[in-house]
Design a protein around this ligand. Structure first.
Ligand code: NAD
Length: 407
């Protein structure tokens, strides 16, 4: 009889059996090349850490081009339901369908499972050449709100009947505010919902993460000086939550405050934060921010460590336990089936997944293997361009090198 079992959520947290069933999406383009190498590395890391007492029971589910070609739909219900049932899953990059159909498969999955935290760790791997002087000072984990803000998709197209109806309503109801629209006849409009509930669950997760992982601070990044009731609300609700739920006390006159265990809760206006990460990266550890700011900050920070192609990510609902881990790059179609793509973004997402499951020893081994391969200068072509004196190898050879470093 198979020992495989689903991961479940209990009042005490995740219950991970020794042989958990994990749904995975292989992904389009270079996804299959990456999956073949990455699966071998993940399984080998688990085996190196736990022998034959634990193993992942992979369950392929369809999405993207492969799903469309096989069952005629880009995101079959079975796929969303599998992620719902088994709680934790991982996905490769997906082709975004052009011209109709679903707007973004990633957004559909996030919304379907209410994955409100987008978690992006940003760290430096020794040996990679980057645009900044000392990239090793960057070690941050971004918690980007994933369900609100201008990404809610409430927009009215310039010149449309909807835009006219919306502007008419605004003029009737709030004439003073309508008067601020400089060119009403040629404006598109967007609505930016930011709620106290949405902010609190995101900031709560960021603070809890900081506590559990021994981080030194949480920076609330916002643009509250201009957007007072959305971004300013985010900052105020974040501070209030830190005081109410975590016992934070103001530092001096505030608004910065400190948790009883020493973690500092502070805030920074987003434009200043983009300077801060270059000038004082050591001052920021966990970052909690809104959807759009998070988008900008994640890429800026990833570029600082030279890791835009290897940056991992996770979309998590800490309340239900649902989590989808993902390579953050696209399908790299030019590299498809050439055995050339870099599997690190997918692997580091798997590393986050293992850590989230509590399989820390296996996660640590994956990080150590990547550090080892980079130190040996045996890497895929994209990384070789950033590592002077290195040798470019195929995806599968890189997988072999990583497995050799696990032992
Ligand atoms: P891309 O990330 O696929 O490629 C951008 C550049 O990075 C290319 O030069 C590519 O060769 C390189 N690259 C990306 N991943 C790499 C890897 N693992 N190893 C080596 N080099 C890598 O972005 P794009 O070209 O804008 O998008 C291609 C497709 O991917 C589109 O259909 C897009 O919608 C989709 N996409 C999906 C996701 C996702 O599923 N998370 C994210 C972004 C884009």
């Amino acid at each position: 009889m198979s020992k495989a079992a689903p991961i479940t959520m209990t009042p005490q947290g995740l219950n991970v059996p020794n042989f958990p069933i994990i749904p995975h999406i292989i992904g389009d383009g270079s996804g299959p090349d990456i999956w073949r190498a990455a699966k071998r590395v993940i399984d080998a890391a688990v085996s190196a850490a736990y022998g034959d007492t634990c193993a992942i029971e992979w369950m392929e589910v369809l999405a993207g081009q492969k799903a469309f070609d096989t069952v005629g739909t880009w995101l079959p219900n079975e796929t969303v339901e599998a992620f719902r049932k088994y709680l934790i899953g991982i996905k490769g990059p997906l082709t975004t369908p052009v011209g109709g159909g679903i707007r973004s498969l990633n957004v559909a999955l996030r919304q379907g499972l209410d994955l409100y935290c987008c978690v992006r760790p940003v760290r430096y791997f020794n040996g990679i050449e980057t645009p900044v002087k000392d990239p090793s000072l960057v070690d941050m984990v971004i918690f980007r709100e994933n369900t609100e803000d201008i990404y809610a998709g409430i927009e009215f197209k310039e010149g449309s009947k909807d835009a006219a109806v919306f502007y008419e309503w605004l003029s009737q109801t709030y004439p003073d505010r309508a008067g601020k629209v400089r060119f009403p006849n040629t404006s598109g409009f967007g609505i930016k919902p930011v709620s106290k509930e949405g902010t609190e669950r995101l900031v709560r997760s960021a603070i809890q993460y900081a506590i559990e992982t021994g981080r030194t601070s949480v920076t609330l990044v916002h643009k509250g000086n201009i957007m007072k009731f959305t971004e300013g609300g985010f900052r105020d609700w974040g501070y209030e939550l830190a005081k109410r739920e975590f016992g934070a006390e103001p530092i001096g006159k505030g608004p910065w405050c400190r948790l009883p265990n020493g973690i500092v809760i502070k805030d920074c206006i987003c434009d200043a934060f983009l300077q801060e990460i270059l000038i004082h990266p050591k001052d920021h550890s966990v970052v909690a921010t809104l959807n759009l700011n998070g988008d900008y900050c994640s890429d800026a920070l990833a570029a600082q460590v030279g890791g835009i192609g290897i940056a991992p990510g996770a979309n998590i609902n800490y309340k239900t336990g649902h989590a989808v881990f993902e390579a953050t790059h696209g399908t790299a179609p030019a590299l498809a089936n050439l055995d050339k793509a870099n599997p690190c973004s997918f692997l580091l997402s798997a590393e986050m997944m293992l850590r989230y499951m509590g399989w820390v020893e296996a996660a640590d081994r994956i990080v150590a293997a990547i550090e080892g391969a980079i130190a040996d200068k045996t890497v895929t072509a994209d990384l070789a361009e950033m590592i002077p004196g290195s040798t470019a190898v195929s995806t599968s050879k890189f997988g072999d090198a990583l497995i050799a470093h696990l032992k």
